[in-house]
Ligand binder design. Structure first.
Ligand SMILES: Cc1cc2nc3c(=O)[nH]c(=O)nc-3n(C[C@H](O)[C@H](O)[C@H](O)COP(=O)(O)O)c2cc1C
Length: 193
């Protein structure tokens, strides 16, 4: 079983990456193979909305996204992680999500991959500096629709407010255990704490 972690923060060893690593450690503890991809280190151009993908589901832009499409399709489960930037996910992560319009076309327009009966689950991890009640609303909607576009069920999240400094998440009393448990549950949904 393969779990793909998508790291959407532009900084490394960020709050997001620390939480994602904990989630992937949880998935591995439950027997999964885990791989992490940092989108800021890939060349992923924004979607140009030319809809070349309507022909055969292939995106016309030849950049690092081509390799990531394969990983996204191959993964059994996905952990998507991004900090909140202006009430949404980072632009690096959003570029990747928008490029998945080609996978949406494959699935919902061309009917490619219909025979895939796997139940694929996805989890979302996010952090933001402020405390607002609706801090994660926009990002959660984006991620839910992203998961839906690629045939992944939104299975849970860890959303942490009040975190701003680099690696400040390490001081949080529960976040790392919560993320570890999220990763375990992604692989085995009945995992108790
Ligand atoms: C461009 C930018 C926009 C941000 N927008 C928000 C925001 O809308 N709300 C918020 O609570 N925090 C916002 N933040 C703060 C980050 O979410 C916060 O510092 C977070 O801990 C960064 O996570 P990271 O270490 O994983 O990159 C913003 C930070 C940056 C750099």
């Amino acid at each position: 079983m393969k779990v793909l972690g998508i790291m959407g923060s532009p900084r490394r060893q960020s709050n997001t990456e620390i939480l994602l690593d904990a989630a992937l450690a949880g998935a591995k503890e439950r027997g999964a193979e885990a791989e992490k991809v940092a989108v800021s280190e890939l060349k992923i151009s924004p979607c140009r909305e030319i809809y070349a993908c309507l022909k055969d589901g292939q995106c016309a832009i030849k950049d690092d996204m081509q390799r990531l499409y394969e990983k996204l399709l191959e993964a059994d489960h996905i952990v998507f992680a991004s900090p909140i930037f202006f009430y949404g996910i980072t632009s690096q992560a959003k570029a990747m999500v928008d490029r998945c319009q080609a996978l949406w076309v494959r699935r919902y327009v061309l009917g490619i991959g219909k025979g895939d009966n796997r139940i694929r689950r996805g989890a979302f991890i996010s952090v933001g500096a402020t405390q607002g009640k609706r801090l994660f609303d926009g990002a959660v909607l984006t991620v839910k629709y992203f998961f839906d576009a690629i045939g992944v069920k939104y299975a849970g999240d860890v959303l942490i407010r009040g975190i701003d400094g680099k690696a400040q998440i390490k001081e949080h009393p529960t976040a790392l255990q919560d993320a570890f448990h999220l990763g375990q549950q992604l692989v085995h949904p009945d995992t108790k704490r």
